[in-house]
Design a protein around this ligand. Structure first.
Ligand SMILES: [Zn+2]
Length: 486
């Protein structure tokens, strides 16, 4: 049982819901509890958001039919905060969290315990978030939470075990290097200005993490933990078949007493909003060529811009994606594929951080496409120009139908399995207000033509970094898109 089709549930779903009195009697008076009632029509799960007295934000998810429970914890810190001279430290800390804790000192004991209880655990370090998640059989959720809380309350940070763990980080880096996607991301990062955290090496390896001795590295890890891993910067999610009240009580019993008073904890997450833009104009209007790992050529058009995360409720990128991916008459894809014979597919992605966002238009090139880039660029910017020139009414009409189709897709999307649902929620909680959870990432809540215009305005050759990935052994060259015409 992973994702249930909505028709698998009888119309009595509503009556299954456990009504929540304003606040369970056992809870401390200062716990703010809110039901998240805005959710997809096909989603029979129940969601509840709470803020504990120590500042920890909690979401409990009730799924009456699940046999699998899950827990996830996100912290509002990531690789952007790596201390100078310690590239990859946030990532190494993520690995070091599972090397034993005060109450459960066995190295990797948590994973061994999970394996005995039908579960597993994983984590990832992003630029400004670190997200941990674990699944376990439903009956073991309470004990899982106790162990999880002990890990985040009192990790051992044994210096020689951390030193060993650098090997695992190093192996991960070596594996990453064989991933085309990682290489493209890394190349984009290298183009950022040196003062920007986007330019740093985020994974870490033996060279960046074993620059000192074991004790100094462990000290650095502990200091990073003490500074950033404090309850107001943590988001906890539990998922299971136990009632919301019971899940919240378990979360409080395990995490509610956690405190970092007097340990130098910074309650506010760092932000790079005021820092230098990672990609000023001097870094743009360029084309890079990268040797691909497959024979299939690709082209990625990267448009850096100010952080679009605050626009999440308007989601102007959905409009851009819609017009670019539309495959009917007069579409860009038809022109590229059928008339010009240069590209076969198209994708749009958006990446946000407080330092800035990137809109990336990626395409699979047909073999002739590599030789005909100037025509491809011309068709792309002419298409964007036409999109820009549409009237406000025309844009509103497209936006209206887009809003409806987003709602439909949202209402009847397949539900995520336990640990994915928990980790996605924990990640969302680092970026969104409680009232926007479950909705803002998926819907167009505040349609806004002005924001669409501002986005389209940024899609110009002078604001672009183009990356051609093909099999040619030319490794790396730079030319401006205009030079490609010669
Ligand atoms: Zn890792």
């Amino acid at each position: 049982m992973k994702s249930w089709p909505f028709w698998a549930f009888p119309l009595t779903i509503q009556s299954l819901a456990v009504p929540l009195s304003e606040k369970p009697a056992a809870l401390a008076p200062d716990v703010e509890v809110t039901r998240l009632t805005q959710k997809p029509k096909g989603d029979f799960r129940e969601y509840q958001h709470s803020v504990l007295e120590n500042g920890l934000r909690v979401v409990n998810i009730w799924d009456p039919n699940t046999t699998q429970a899950a827990v996830s914890l996100a912290v509002t810190v990531g690789s952007f905060s790596d201390p100078k001279g310690f590239d990859g430290l946030a990532h190494l800390l993520e690995h070091s969290m599972f090397l034993g804790s005060k109450g459960f000192p066995q190295r990797s004991g948590f994973d061994a315990w999970l394996a005995q209880h039908g579960g597993s655990s994983n984590a990832y370090t992003a630029e400004e978030q670190t997200v941990y998640y674990a699944s376990v059989n439903s009956k073991a959720l309470e004990e899982c939470l106790e162990r999880y809380a002990d890990i985040f309350e009192a990790p051992l940070f044994n210096a020689s075990w951390i030193w060993d763990e650098v090997q695992a980080v190093n192996s991960e880096h070596n594996k990453n290097r064989k991933s085309q996607e990682w290489r493209i991301q890394s190349l984009i990062g290298q183009m950022a200005v040196a003062e920007s955290p986007a330019q740093r090496f985020h994974t870490g390896n033996l060279e960046t993490l074993r620059r000192t001795d074991q004790e100094s590295l462990a000290k650095e890890i502990r200091q990073f933990f003490n500074t950033h891993y404090c309850p107001p910067r943590m988001r906890l999610v539990t998922f299971g078949s136990a009632s919301l009240e019971s899940q919240l009580e378990q979360a409080m019993a395990s995490f509610g007493k956690m405190s970092r008073e007097g340990q130098g904890c910074e309650a506010l997450a760092p932000t790079w909003a005021a820092g230098p833009p990672p990609f000023p104009s001097s870094t743009l209007r360029q084309m890079l060529r990268m040797q691909g790992l497959t024979p299939k050529p690709e082209l990625h058009l990267v448009f850096p811009m100010t952080n679009l995360q605050p626009w999440v409720r308007s989601n102007p990128t959905a409009y851009l994606e819609h017009i670019l991916l539309y495959a009917g008459g007069g579409s860009l894809l038809l022109a590229w594929r059928d008339q010009l014979g240069v590209a076969s597919s198209l994708a749009v992605s958006q990446e946000d951080s407080s330092a800035g966002s990137k809109i990336i238009v990626s395409m699979a090139l047909l073999p002739e496409g590599v030789e005909r880039l100037p025509e491809l660029f011309e068709a792309f910017f002419a298409f964007v120009g036409r999109a820009r020139a549409r009237t406000r009414e025309q844009k509103l009409a497209v936006l209206g139908s887009l809003q409806e189709s987003a709602q439909l897709g949202y209402d009847w999307a397949a539900l995520q399995e336990a640990s994915r649902a928990a980790s996605q929620m924990a990640n969302d909680m680092t970026k969104l207000a409680a009232s926007d959870l479950l909705v803002a990432e998926n819907l167009i809540l505040d349609p806004d033509v002005d924001k669409i215009d501002r986005l389209l305005e940024r899609l110009r050759p002078e604001g672009m970094l183009a990356i051609l990935v093909d099999a040619a052994n030319s490794s790396f060259w730079r030319r401006s898109p205009e030079d490609a015409r010669s």
